[in-house]
Write a protein that binds this ligand. Structure first.
Ligand SMILES: [Mn+2]
Length: 331
């Protein structure tokens, strides 16, 4: 049994009828060649005892909170991101080598930190069981819960690879962490445990980061790749390559607003989801990086246009998970 601690923190909600209802779509029959994700997903209550995953298994966990966005004075609505991502993933084609498990949601708890810790609890259980957590978000404060969960499961700080227009390295204000502070929290965790903090930001926008954040990035030794990017650029990231495990985060505001209007803070000249991006993401699984967890953050459905940001998030998850499953097959 993979179980170590079954007492759930406040804020964790196992999959219920509402979650199941999000997984619905076209049904062309149950054959392996026509099935879609909504026909293949199963449901797991993380408070129960469960066996190690024998096959490559994506474990979806929603971060249904925008408390951190509110406290960062951003546009709210990301609490609904997880639901919209489930709907957008429903019609994706099934992949034989990949199992899909919906583990439910983390919802807003008494504080951002308590919500992050609830997510860390869920991520820890998934990683200990050999699954890859796929966090569906949600305010980007989730990134610290993601980091912490992998750290708790492995006993080591994961490197952080963050596709984001912003550094998310704000100083932690007196009223506590918010969606702009997750990597400050990760850096402080590393300092407290006297281990190096490995952080890379891809898609950084000069027009979206104050000089304070430039200085903070320098202070923590972050590697920065500005948008636009080149496949070869990502190969150059050195510090995160040395990490035993990586927490991969994609804040959807890294993309240009034309592709990702449904976010808290749209980016005028962000990344384009083109072949360079696809190749970069696929390469992460074949080129010596050890991706221990994946997250998509900041989807804000009420600001989306025709679901295009949610579809982009779903396509990114599909790209990453199929590359993950293929790499596991090849290993
Ligand atoms: Mn962010």
């Amino acid at each position: 049994m993979a179980s170590t601690r079954s007492q759930p923190p406040y804020g964790y909600c196992a999959s219920d009828a509402t979650h199941r209802a999000r997984w619905a779509g076209r049904n062309d029959g149950d054959g392996a060649d026509v099935a879609r994700w909504h026909q293949r997903v199963s449901f797991l209550d993380l408070t129960t005892s469960f066996a190690q995953f024998a096959r490559p298994t994506a474990c979806f966990i929603g971060y249904a909170s925008d408390l951190g966005v509110r406290m960062n004075r951003g546009r709210t609505g990301a609490a609904e991101g997880a639901s919209a991502l489930r709907e957008s993933m429903s019609n994706l084609p099934a992949v034989a080598a990949l199992d899909l498990v919906d583990c439910g949601d983390v919802v807003e708890a008494s504080s951002v930190l308590a919500t992050q810790e609830a997510l860390a609890w869920a991520v820890e259980r998934i990683v200990r069981a050999g699954g890859i957590p796929v966090i569906l978000g949600g305010g980007h404060d989730q990134a610290y819960g993601h980091f912490l969960g992998i750290a708790q499961a492995t006993g080591k700080a994961p490197g952080c690879l963050n596709f984001d227009a912003h550094a998310d390295l704000r100083p932690i204000p007196a009223d506590g962490p918010n969606s702009g502070t997750p990597y400050t929290q990760a850096a402080e965790w590393c300092a407290k445990h006297d281990v190096p903090f490995h952080y890379a930001i891809v898609g950084w926008q000069d027009c979206a980061n104050t000089q304070l954040l430039v200085r903070r990035a320098e202070e923590v030794g972050a590697e920065i790749l500005r948008a636009p990017m080149d496949v070869d650029d990502v190969q150059l990231l050195s510090a995160i390559r040395e990490s035993d495990a990586l927490a991969l985060s994609i804040d959807l505001d890294v993309f240009a607003a034309a592709y990702a209007p449904g976010v808290s803070a749209p980016t005028a000249m962000g990344l384009v989801p083109d072949g360079v991006l696809l190749e970069t993401l696929r390469n992460l699984f074949v080129d010596g990086y050890n991706i221990a967890g994946i997250e998509v953050a900041e989807l804000c459905p009420e600001h989306d246009i025709d679901g295009r940001t949610a579809r982009l998030g779903a396509a990114l998850i599909f790209t990453l998970l199929t590359a993950y499953a293929q790499a596991r097959l090849d290993a």
